[in-house]
Design a protein around this ligand. Structure first.
Ligand SMILES: [Fe+2]
Length: 351
């Protein structure tokens, strides 16, 4: 993974769109089987080129984003967004896009408008079918029995907490739902099938709390998939990801960042007992322990692959099988964009 599709060298100006039209069924099969397909060596030079190619790959795109990473539409695009408006030296842990929602996008499309030139900056992938298989049976059974509880908290614009490692807390509910009207948020919540309540003195803090299945059956192959955001939203994950990146890249700045992150995380979440913008516990409210989280992260990391980006690459990901994340880099020129397909409602089929 990923399967790499490239034109033969002697073909100039190869038209990716034409290739897709003639091979759509075959491509679909490969995405489900491999979990990700990388298109490399085609004429992709701008966000407009990306949008054209992605529309050919997936006619049913969406631009509604209810995730946790601040992102903006690229000028002039309807479906091409910056992957994450978060400084590039912040690692983003492996996740299936919006897997904590009732209906996450079926496919994702990342593209490199500018590849990182220095160390790091990969959009690493992990096979969440293998992660399900390799998580110890007792922990899997505990999760299947208790399920997961997600608690999502967002403040109004300007009221976000300061001095935090938690990038999700940077997004206000005004940004996420593109409105300042609480009744409109409630309408969206009803339509998209998630609960909402308002907390705080002025009843202006958005809170959504619900239970969710930790696994899913793959919609095509019917294999079980590790399908949750538990490790992304655990207070130990951000500093741990920095440590893992430091071990791989050996950039001393990551080690310093890691030390700072551990201090901040310990102070915020252990001493002051604050909660992350998205908190995940077992379904009965039992916290996921540091030991259990270590096992989960280790299993995910065992299946991670790190492909160096080349300018013009398009990476198509089966969001119901393969996770993605960002390796930190101090290269400020890196420019990765993302598009996503319409959503697929999660099933309640037993795994
Ligand atoms: Fe993502």
């Amino acid at each position: 993974m990923p399967l790499v599709i490239s034109p033969k060298e002697h073909i100039k100006n190869f038209c990716l769109k034409r290739f897709i039209q003639y091979n759509r069924d075959w491509i679909d099969q490969q995405v489900s089987e491999y979990g990700a397909v990388l298109y490399r060596g085609f004429d992709i030079n701008s966000a407009a080129d990306v949008e054209e190619a992605v529309k050919a790959l997936e006619p049913d795109l969406s631009n509604e984003y209810r995730g946790t990473s601040p992102r903006n539409a690229v000028n002039g695009s309807t479906y091409v967004f910056s992957a994450a408006e978060v400084p590039s030296h912040y690692p983003i842990a492996q996740h299936l896009e919006m897997s904590f929602l009732p209906a996450p996008p079926r496919r994702l499309f990342f593209s490199a408008l500018q590849a990182p030139k220095t160390k790091g900056g990969e959009t690493a992938l992990s096979d969440f079918r293998k992660v399900y298989r390799d998580i110890p049976k007792d922990l899997r059974e505990k999760l299947a029995r208790k399920k997961l509880r997600y608690t999502r908290t967002h403040y109004r614009k300007g009221a976000n907490p300061l001095f935090t490692n938690d990038i999700s807390s940077l997004d206000s509910w005004h940004d996420i739902f593109k409105t300042t009207d609480r009744s409109k948020v409630e309408e969206i919540a009803a339509k998209e099938n998630f609960p909402v309540r308002w907390e705080g003195k002025n009843k202006d803090v958005f809170v959504s709390e619900y239970q969710s299945e930790p696994f899913q059956l793959h919609p095509v192959t019917k294999e079980p998939v590790w399908f949750n955001h538990a490790q992304v939203f655990h207070w130990t994950t951000y500093p741990s990801e920095l440590w893992n990146s430091f071990k791989r890249i050996r950039d001393i700045r990551l080690l310093l960042q890691c030390g700072k992150a551990w201090t901040m995380a310990f102070t915020t979440y252990v001493v002051f007992r604050r909660k992350m913008a998205l908190t995940v516990t077992f379904g009965d409210g039992e916290p996921i322990s540091i030991k259990e989280m270590g096992i989960i992260r280790k299993t995910i990391h065992r299946h991670m692959i790190f492909n160096r980006w080349q300018k013009g690459d398009i990476l198509e990901i089966d969001n119901f099988a393969t996770s993605h994340g960002r390796e930190p880099t101090y290269d400020k020129g890196r420019k990765i964009v993302v598009s996503w397909s319409s959503a697929l409602t999660k099933s309640n089929d037993p795994v």
